[in-house]
Design a binder for this molecule. Structure first.
Ligand code: ADP
Length: 627
């Protein structure tokens, strides 16, 4: 698309040169921001936090392991001596035993429960819990059989291996208090004196760790949607800072993959939660726990929308700012372009008017800028043009007058010469006593009469050409005009010369014209025709109607015709081929005819058939003034 409007180009240039760099700069900064955020948060924060979570879970398994070792020692004695009271005393010596362990259960090699110690309160609810968690025999339980079969002295079991101790076997509870960690330790002794000690650690110790890590991410880092979890190797949630993740929350495949392959150094992954959009997660393996049969992963997860919230804020600011800059520039550039274009348009309009000849036109000068200077010089130029025009027309007028004077002098000289020569002849005849003196005096008188007639005609021509008067309109018929012409040329006809004939084709056609003026125009045509035809020649004046109710006069003669080089100049003032002509006859005729709204022209210029035509319109088209 080609942009034609100056305003559009101006606006586009301004916007491209200012708003575009601004937007490009914003986009570059934005891309940099995302990269930096990803580098800082994803690589550092997520891996640090997931590794920290794994580390703390390791710490927990360490402490359970350590305490369980002490319990093992006590249980070994119990198995050897059967001294329950001594065993309970040993347990009481363990620091924080009652808060760190829910139940300690000792079973013999056959699976009969020999002793249970628990931290339940001794009320109705506590007794019910104890009842539920302390069966008479544990033979056949996975954890018991596993511990008995193991070569190692310690077997970790997770809550899934301790279902009978688990208060929520369907694992559908979202209350962490419904879960616990079970630790089964085989105590080897003499035959019949071996057994298993089973320690149940409350789940809140794990919950405490995930909540701490999540709290740090939410509080310190400001990611309100972040979650910390403990998962098994296939990605099932064992503990989570988000309670709704309990109860077999199945993780997205991408996250499960990262969890499966996690190492103690964090494994980073980005995945899309169908309900909650893109998330970024890090998972690290709880390494020492794995050695003890507890293969866990510490997982932390941040919603991408929170991570990139800063970028979205930046986007909003960038867009808002961009729209503001864009809008401001648009308005400003429109105002500025109008301010520039208005004087330009004024100048263009004024130039067109000057081209049409209105040199008095001026443009408004606004302000003091370059356009104002241009307007000022334009005004100067048009003033100068007006002055030149005045001078020119004055010069032309003077030249016209000089030409007129020269013509008048020339025309007057012609009739004077024969008069002067005749007078000189009479003078000489008288001086010499010439008997022809009276004849000569007679001839002088005739010459004077003839030449003064000629002078009068010349004067009339010039007066007619130079003068200007109102048309005196009256209703005249074509016949009346023909009669006028016939009467005017009657004397000349009698004196010989070409014959004059009228063909009255539109005899009664009536026109509203200035009769005297129109007669003068037709006389000039007939006069020229009679002169051209000469003695023995023939002139015909024909009248006819036109289609639109006007009238045509044609004047035809059988004279020598008009040479080609003269034809174009016939109607020019002062153009004549006659020694005694003024060259004004046709010019005057044209002015009269045109003043009546008509046209005059040469129809034929051939030898033997020279024809001029005057076409006059119907009365309504008459012009009000005539030369
Ligand atoms: P003038 O008669 O004083 O010369 P006009 O304007 O009437 O001035 O005519 C101009 C010229 O046109 C004449 O000098 C003549 O050469 C030419 N002309 C006009 N009418 C005729 C005609 N019917 N035949 C030949 N030439 C003509």
């Amino acid at each position: 698309m080609r942009i034609r409007s100056l305003t559009a180009r101006f606006v586009l240039t301004l916007l491209l040169s200012t708003a575009l760099p601004f937007l490009v700069f914003g986009l570059i900064v934005r891309v940099g921001m995302r990269e930096r955020l990803e580098a800082q948060v994803v690589r550092v924060l997520l891996s640090d936090q997931s590794a920290l979570l794994a580390e703390r879970l390791d710490g927990l398994t360490d402490s359970i392991y350590r305490d369980a070792s002490l319990i093992e020692l006590a249980a070994r004695k119990l198995i050897a001596d059967g001294d329950v009271a001594a065993f309970e005393r040993e347990l009481d010596l363990l620091p924080g035993f009652h808060s760190d362990f829910q139940v300690v259960l000792v079973a013999d090699a056959k699976g009969d429960v020999r002793i249970t110690v628990d931290s339940f309160v001794n009320d109705g609810q506590g007794r019910a819990a104890r009842e539920a968690m302390t069966p008479a025999s544990v033979a056949g339980a996975d954890w018991f059989e596993g511990a008995m079969a193991a070569q190692r002295s310690l077997v970790w079991t997770d809550r899934h291996l301790s279902e009978f101790l688990h208060r929520n076997p369907e694992r559908s509870s979202r209350d962490p208090a419904d879960y616990s960690i079970g630790l089964a330790v085989r105590i080897a002794g003499d035959a019949g004196r071996s057994g298993v000690v089973y320690v149940v650690v409350p789940w809140h110790r794990v919950q405490q760790i995930v909540d701490d890590v999540a709290a740090r991410l939410r509080g310190d880092a400001g990611f309100a949607g972040s979650v910390a979890m403990v998962c098994d190797p296939v990605g099932r949630v064992l503990a989570s800072s988000a309670r709704e993740r309990y109860a077999d929350h199945a993780p997205p495949a991408a996250l499960a993959g990262a969890i499966r392959t996690a190492t103690p150094a964090a494994n980073l992954v980005s995945f899309v939660d169908p309900a909650d959009g893109e998330h970024l997660a890090g998972s690290a393996r709880v390494s020492r726990g794995a050695e003890r049969g507890l293969d866990w992963r510490g997982v932390v997860e941040i919603p991408a929308r929170e991570l990139f919230a800063t970028i979205r804020d930046f986007d909003r600011v960038l867009l808002g700012l961009g729209a503001f800059v864009f809008g401001t520039l648009l308005v400003w550039s429109l105002i500025a372009s109008r301010a520039i274009l208005r004087p330009v348009r004024d100048l263009a309009r004024a130039t067109r008017e000057i081209a049409r000849g209105a040199v008095d036109v001026r443009v408004r000068v606004r302000g003091r800028d370059e356009l104002a200077a241009l307007a000022r010089s334009f005004n100067g130029m048009s003033a100068q043009l007006a002055q030149s025009r005045d001078e020119l027309s004055k010069t032309a007028r003077e030249a016209a007058w000089a030409e007129m004077a020269r013509q008048v002098a020339h025309e007057i000289k012609n009739p004077l010469t024969p008069m002067r020569m005749s007078a000189q002849l009479v003078q000489r005849a008288r001086r010499e006593g010439d008997p022809r003196v009276l004849d000569l005096a007679d001839r002088l008188a005739r010459t004077v009469v003839e030449q003064t007639d000629q002078l009068a005609r010349i004067a009339a021509d010039f007066r007619q050409f130079a003068g200007k008067r109102e048309l005196r309109l009256e209703d005249v018929t074509a016949n009346q005009l023909c009669d006028d012409l016939a009467e005017l040329f009657a004397a000349e006809q009698e004196a010989g010369g070409a014959s004059l004939e009228f063909v009255r084709g539109a005899a009664d056609a009536s026109l509203r014209v200035d009769r005297g003026e129109l007669r003068r125009a037709l006389v000039n045509l007939v006069q020229n025709a009679l002169q051209a035809a000469g003695p023995g020649g023939h002139v015909v004046v024909v009248t006819a109607r036109t289609d639109d109710g006007g009238l045509v006069f044609t004047v035809r003669d059988d004279g020598p015709g008009i040479p080609a080089e003269s034809r174009a100049r016939l109607f020019e003032p002062y153009f004549t081929t006659k020694s005694a002509g003024t060259g004004l006859g046709l010019a005057i005729a044209r002015r009269i005819v045109e003043a009546h709204g008509g046209t005059i022209g040469l129809v034929s210029a051939d030898p033997g058939c020279t024809e001029f035509a005057v076409v006059l319109p119907g009365g309504s088209r008459l012009s009000p003034s005539a030369p």
